[in-house]
Ligand binder design. Structure first.
Ligand code: ADP
Length: 267
């Protein structure tokens, strides 16, 4: 519990810090990028003096802008535009983007089985969450593999909630699973991945903010995220969104098994 509280406190202070500086910083970066673009990569032929340096400026500033956007998303995670929506909508949008961005050898397979997926949520945040998970999965399959995205309607009874050891209330949830046949993670790695700034990727490739953002998104939606993985074999992220209460929903699976890591107990 203490670790959970520490994790929550770190997420809060990160949110405040980022809210204060990220916005201004992003504006400055856009100034740098705009000016560098004006200098014109097209106007400077590839082999001429300064071309490499200009490309470096643009690449680095672009990465910095990406990081500040992620920090901004953190600070805004409480002020989201929540509406009643079909979870399949942002999922389909994200899949369409992923189809263009994953490696050619990665097959995307979808099984959107939830008969109804009505939730109260922020479409953009959910789409970003799935993009983060999809891009991570793609990076975890450098020689290709299968990225499977599926939904199911599940009911958590009191017993299932207790088995999960999380804070989820018993009820009906729309479950979104993102599974890859990639490098996988051992237990020690799984325990750290939701921490802000934790990354195993080389400098410039990973910010370590993707999964902590996904975590924050689920938290603000009253849901939860858990991971199950086997080193060298596969990884599955399971996201649970509370089903919208006004809808009479019929579950497709009776209870959520406790086979994966406990929800919300992440560190
Ligand atoms: P980043 O992708 O910038 O490193 P994340 O928070 O998204 O930040 O991920 C943190 C770490 O979790 C990654 O560096 C990687 O080690 C691990 N990870 C995330 N997704 C997967 C996956 N699908 N398979 C294996 N490892 C993963």
């Amino acid at each position: 519990l203490e670790l959970q509280v520490q994790h929550a406190a770190r997420m809060d202070s990160l949110g405040q810090l980022s809210g204060g500086i990220a916005h201004d910083f992003n504006n400055m970066l856009n100034g740098i990028i705009g000016a560098a673009e004006l200098l014109g990569l097209e106007r400077i032929p590839a082999a001429s003096p300064g071309a490499d340096e200009l490309k470096l400026i643009l690449d680095t500033a672009g990465r910095a802008a990406d990081l500040t956007r992620k920090l901004l998303a953190f600070s805004r995670s409480d002020q989201q535009a929540k509406v009643v929506l079909d979870l399949h909508e942002p999922i389909r949008d994200a899949i369409a983007i992923l189809r263009h961005s994953v490696d050619k050898r990665v097959e995307i397979s979808t099984r959107l089985n939830a008969p109804r997926a009505t939730i109260r949520g922020d479409k953009t945040q959910i789409q970003n969450a799935l993009l983060n998970l999809g891009i991570n999965a793609n990076q975890a399959m450098p020689r290709g593999g299968v990225l499977e995205i599926s939904t199911e309607l599940v009911t958590l009874d009191a017993e299932a909630c207790a088995a999960e050891a999380g804070e989820l209330a018993p009820g009906t949830y729309v479950e979104l699973c993102v599974r890859d046949t990639g490098v996988g993670m051992d237990e020690a790695l799984q325990a750290k991945i939701f921490e802000p700034f934790f990354t195993t990727k080389e400098v410039g490739r990973g910010t370590g903010l993707g999964l902590s953002m996904v975590y924050a998104t689920l938290e603000s939606h009253g849901g939860g995220i858990s991971v199950s993985s086997e080193l060298g074999d596969h990884t599955t992220f399971r996201l649970l969104f509370p089903a919208h209460r006004d809808e009479p929903l019929r579950p497709t699976a009776e209870t959520v098994s406790a086979a994966t890591k406990p929800l919300k107990v992440l560190v």
